[in-house]
Design a protein around this ligand. Structure first.
Ligand SMILES: Cc1cc2nc3c(=O)[nH]c(=O)nc-3n(C[C@H](O)[C@H](O)[C@H](O)COP(=O)(O)OP(=O)(O)OC[C@H]3O[C@@H](n4cnc5c(N)ncnc54)[C@H](O)[C@@H]3O)c2cc1C
Length: 277
C-alpha cells in the first residue's frame, strides 16, 4: 500500500474538486479522497459522475470532460468524498485517473442518484450487502452510516473477488469501524456487533472460496452465517456487482420470495451495476 496526502489547492476547472489523498491497493485497484462541494448533499450509497478533461479535439483544439459513473464510497456525513476505483489499462478514464496525485483536480458533477439507498427498502430485520470487485464502494459508504445499524438487527456484507489482495480495501475499512475511535464512537459497539463480514475469493486460495451465488445455492453461506433461510418477512438486500452477478443474485433472491424495490416503490431488495460491460 502506498499513501500520499496533501493540502487542498484552489479549484480552477468547472465542478473541480481537489484530490487530497490516493492509496494504491493492487495494480488494478486504487482509492482516493477529494474535497466535497459545499452544496453537495447525497444519501449514503448513491453515485455521481466524475472524471477529467479529455484530450483536445485535433480540429477545434477544444477539450470536453470525460466522465464516468462512480459510487461515493464515503458516508453522507463525511467532510470529504472517497472513491474506490478500478484501473482499466486501456480505459479512456481510468488509464489516466490512476495517475492522479494529491493536489490534482478532478471533475465532479454534483448530482447524486442511485437505488442502493435505505429509502428503497422496506423495514426489515436482516440487511445483506452483496458485492463483487469495486461493487464494494457503495457499501463502504453505507457501512459507515449509523442509519444502517439503526434500521436492522443484523448486517451481513459479502464481498467476492478473484485474489486475496483485492479484498484489502474492504477488509481494512471494516476493521477500521471497530478500531478507529471516531468510527467506534459514531456507530457504537452494540451496533457494530450486528455486522458480519463474509469475504470470498474465486481464484486465489483463502479461508472461504467460491462465488457467493454458488455458496448461496448450495446452502453453505447460510450455514456459515447461521441463517436458516432468506425470507421476505425479515430479509432485505442490496446488490452491486457485474451484470452476471446481479442477474444471478436477483434470481436467487426472487427464489426466496423477495421483490425488487426502487426509490419510488420500496420493497425487499435493490440492485445496481458496478460497471457496464
Ligand atoms: C452506477 C455505476 C457506478 C459505478 N461505480 C464505480 C466505482 O465506484 N468504481 C469503479 O471503479 N467503477 C465504477 N463504475 C464503472 C465506471 O463508470 C467506469 O466504467 C470505470 O471507471 C472505467 O472507466 P474507463 O473510462 O477507464 O473504461 P470504460 O470504457 O468505462 O470501461 C472499459 C471496460 O472495463 C471494464 N470495467 C469498467 N469498470 C470496471 C470496474 N469497476 N470493475 C471491473 N471492470 C470494469 C468493463 O469491461 C468495461 O467495458 C460504475 C459504473 C456504474 C454504471
Amino acid at each position: 500500500m502506498n499513501q500520499m496526502t496533501a493540502a487542498p489547492a484552489v479549484p480552477t476547472l468547472p465542478d473541480a474538486q481537489t484530490v487530497t489523498s490516493v492509496t494504491h491497493w493492487t495494480d488494478r485497484l486504487f482509492s482516493f479522497r477529494c474535497t466535497r462541494p459545499a452544496s453537495l448533499r447525497f444519501r449514503s450509497g448513491e453515485f455521481v459522475m466524475i472524471g477529467l478533461m479529455g484530450d483536445p479535439d485535433p480540429k477545434t483544439g477544444r477539450s470536453k470532460p470525460l466522465l464516468r459513473a462512480y459510487s461515493i464510497a464515503s458516508p453522507s456525513w463525511d467532510d470529504e468524498l472517497e472513491f474506490y476505483s478500478i484501473k482499466v489499462e486501456d480505459g479512456p478514464l481510468t488509464s489516466r485517473l490512476q495517475h492522479i496525485r494529491p493536489g490534482d483536480e478532478i471533475i465532479l458533477r454534483p448530482k447524486p442518484v442511485g437505488t442502493l439507498v435505505h429509502d428503497a427498502l422496506l423495514p426489515g430485520e436482516r440487511l445483506w450487502f452483496f458485492a463483487t470487485g469495486t461493487g464494494f464502494a457503495p457499501f463502504a459508504s453505507l457501512l459507515r452510516d449509523p442509519e444502517t445499524y439503526e434500521r436492522f438487527e443484523r448486517v451481513i456484507v459479502t464481498h467476492t473477488v478473484r485474489d486475496v489482495a483485492e479484498l484489502e480495501y474492504g477488509r481494512q475499512l471494516i476493521e477500521s469501524l471497530r478500531t478507529d475511535e471516531m468510527m467506534l464512537e459514531l456507530l457504537g459497539e452494540e451496533n457494530l456487533a450486528k455486522l458480519t463480514y463474509y469475504p470470498t475469493t474465486t481464484r486465489e486460495a483463502s479461508p472461504k472460496m467460491g462465488r457467493i451465488t454458488t455458496l448461496l445455492e448450495s446452502g453453505e453461506a447460510l450455514r456459515d452465517l447461521g441463517v436458516e433461510s432468506i425470507r421476505p418477512e425479515t430479509d432485505r438486500a442490496m446488490v452491486c456487482g457485474s451484470m452476471g452477478l446481479n442477474t444471478d443474485i436477483k434470481a436467487i433472491l426472487e427464489g426466496f420470495g423477495l421483490e425488487e424495490g426502487a426509490n419510488s416503490d420500496p420493497k425487499h431488495y435493490v440492485v445496481e451495476k458496478a460497471f457496464v460491460g
